[in-house]
Ligand binder design. Sequence first.
Ligand code: CDP
Length: 214
Amino acid sequence: MQPFHIAIDGPAGSGKSSISKELAVKLNCIHIDTGAMYRAVTAIALRNQTPLDDVNSYQFLESSKFVYKKESIYVNDENLTEVIRDKTISQHVSLVSSIKYVRETLVKVQQDIAKDYDVVMDGRDIGSVVLPHAQVKIFLTAQIEERAKRRIHEMGLDIPLRQMIEDIQTRDFKDSTRAISPLTKASDAIIIDTTYLTKKEVIELIMTEINKRK
Ligand code: CDP
């Protein structure tokens, strides 16, 4: 039987990862947070102290094995789950994820994982590039202020709302305007604005779409 694929895309702080995680538990399938992979590559490149805008800095990808399991990201068995949430990573990840070689490598890793399994995969280009034939495609969004508030809350940060709004806007701008696979809504994706919805309500809406196609 063909695996069942659910693609969840959307901008920073739109709730993709937490919604996808719960959805995967409900459906008893794998959740893959592709953003964690781009963050892991950024963490390694920063640690290597090589120029982030030089493709040669990413040679290490040739011998890197990515595993995303139980909401944790491992590269060659090193657990990078905590490290990748650092502010420095958020500041540099958009540059790293705009590099063609990095994208090609990670898209292949993501497609290989999904090949034989039912998955809920979240990111920026899942419905458009990674899983263009996904049975369900969702584009989650929310007003910028709400997204910034959620991000401050989930990270337990003590920073002004205005600053978080600016950080998120900067990243959204870079992600949406890059040349390769920019953040975009696939033409057949369903938009869900989560600004005034609870997590439970969002999951119910997505479940309705899943049940229509199962
Ligand atoms: O902070 P948030 O959870 O919204 O972002 P993330 O999902 O952790 O993704 C971090 C960054 O990785 C994004 O800002 C993009 O630059 C990049 N990314 C991407 O280019 N393509 C994906 N499929 C997923 C993430």
